[in-house]
Design a protein around this ligand. Structure first.
Ligand SMILES: [Zn+2]
Length: 500
């Protein structure tokens, strides 16, 4: 890991990260398929409702993983959007709008919630109904039919589970046990209750797309197999999602890809689930908590601290009472930042070196954020000791250390509360905006890219377009905090506009 604004802390030649792989059931040293690169696919949302904080935690888990891996290599991160599904069709009937309008509306909600949670957009965010996605699905289904692993019953295509010998390996289930628990998925002409739909024939009033098997729509599982390999290649490094997706979704994804002779994901990461007051979130239980509700009462950092205090693989239980505790903790960090603001810092406290080692080792050990967070608290209490002794420069050194390392885990990016991090926020927003613009250029959406360009230039950036990427620099960067703050707000606004 290299610290961005100080000297290199540790120069790693290899990648010393270990990850618990659901597939092998063990913690493994992470060895990417291509040196210096990591490819990650994460199952994204089905967009039919306002996202709750469980969705935010899920996205946050992979944001932290992405950030940590990014310190070592180039990360390509894909998160899909399921924009056609039974739930979307049901919602459309309820809201008296089209399924497409439902998907658009809730995707926009989802993006804006993640943006408010400080999360950047994935490298690619394919939708199931994108032409490229559908084409990739059709190709994959065709291959499965040719290999005798799928069959077509008058426009419904099913995967033949018994014909794929390693079915159940990922989720650790035996075929006979599965048969007992199988939820009968409705489907005409299925030959075996375990078989699942790859392509569904559409009913008269349902949205439909052309396919070699007639008009219909994709099954949920085939979407992810096809979209992940379309963007990342037949073999890629990491596939992630919530524990609730392990079976049948991920098991089926894997069966489809391996059945078609592809390598697919090497490492499977599953995160725990979020409950509220020990119960699954649901609107009928009135414990459906949204990000807005949390942010009305607490700074974002308090929620992030709550996320980070449990290991990603564990379930986490949200309560308002716990949030009060995290709020107090965050306030004590803010107090330190305020008291050391503008004070030249003196680094080199031996404690920092020691904590640095522990923090890095924790994050490298299957992204152990609870342990890493403990280091931040330890440095905080040391800083408070320094303050008591009147050693304000040393305290300021600790504060700088906390911000720098908190940033790796998404903490302290809120510039309103913490002056030191302003630069970080504008940087991550700017990166995101540049990436979206570069993608627009590659997609030949020049109206969009020109518009973003002129807005960036208005803000004082120099935009230099290279073939597929661009270089953006701030012309007169005097480092003035007030100017930076204004710039940060402008970038924030531009980012929101682009999202819309
Ligand atoms: Zn998926």
């Amino acid at each position: 890991v290299k610290s961005k604004n100080s000297t290199a802390i540790v120069e790693h030649i290899s990648m010393p990260i270990s990850i618990y792989n659901t597939l092998s059931g063990t913690k493994e040293e992470f060895k990417p398929l291509i040196k210096g690169k990591a490819t990650i696919y994460v199952c994204g949302p089905t967009v039919y409702d306002i996202p709750h904080i469980g969705h935010v935690r899920s996205a946050f888990v992979f944001e932290v993983i992405r950030r940590i891996l990014s310190e070592y290599c180039d990360v390509t991160f894909v998160r899909n959007v399921t924009d056609i599904d039974d739930k979307i069709i049901e919602r459309a009937l309820l809201e008296r709008i089209s399924p497409n309008e439902v998907a658009k509306k809730y995707l926009s909600d989802y993006r804006s919630v993640l943006s408010r949670a400080g999360l950047t957009r994935p490298t690619h965010e394919p939708k199931a109904t994108d032409q490229s996605s559908l084409k990739a699905m059709h190709q994959l289904i065709k291959t499965l039919c040719e290999k005798g692993l799928a069959y077509d019953v008058s426009g419904n295509v099913y995967f033949k589970v018994h014909a794929f010998s390693s079915y159940g390996k990922l989720s650790g289930q035996r075929m006979d046990a599965l048969l007992e628990n199988v939820r009968k998925e409705s489907g005409e002409g299925k030959r075996d209750p375990l078989d699942f739909a790859l392509w569904k024939k559409s009913k008269a009033d349902e949205p439909a797309w052309d396919s070699p098997w007639g008009k219909g729509r994709p099954g949920w599982h085939i979407e992810c197999s096809a979209m992940s390999m379309y963007h990342l290649g037949e073999s890629f490094d990491i596939h992630g999602g919530g524990k609730d997706l392990l079976f049948p979704h991920h098991e089926n994804e894997r069966a489809q890809a391996l059945g078609a002779g592809k390598g697919f994901a090497k490492v499977w990461i599953h995160h725990g689930l979020l409950t509220v007051d020990s119960r699954k979130m649901s609107k009928s239980l009135k414990n459906y908590v949204t990000l807005d509700e949390v942010l009305k009462r607490y700074p974002l950092d308090a929620l992030i601290l709550f996320f980070l205090q449990s290991h990603y693989s564990q379930d986490a239980d949200f309560t308002w009472e716990k949030m009060n505790g995290f709020h107090e903790a965050v306030k004590s960090f803010y107090r330190l930042f305020k008291e050391t603001q503008g004070i030249a810092s003196k680094a080199g406290a031996s404690l920092l070196k020691n904590e640095e080692g522990i923090l890095l080792a924790s994050l490298e050990d299957d992204f152990n954020t609870p342990k890493a967070i403990a280091c931040l608290f330890k440095v905080l209490s040391k800083a408070n000791e320094f303050l008591k002794q009147g050693k304000i420069k040393e305290a300021s050194g600790c504060a700088e250390w906390i911000v720098e390392h908190g940033r790796w885990m998404g903490l302290f990016a809120d510039g309103i509360k913490n002056d030191r991090a302003k630069k970080t926020v504008s940087d991550s927003r700017l990166k995101d905006i540049i990436r979206i613009r570069d993608q627009a250029r590659r997609d030949k959406k020049f109206k969009v890219s020109d518009l973003i360009r002129s807005r960036l230039e208005e803000m004082g950036f120099d935009v230099n377009d290279k073939e597929t990427e661009s270089k953006v620099t701030l012309i007169n960067d005097c480092g003035d905090p007030e100017l930076r703050n204004k710039l940060r707000n402008k970038l924030e606004r531009l980012h929101k506009e682009i999202d819309k």
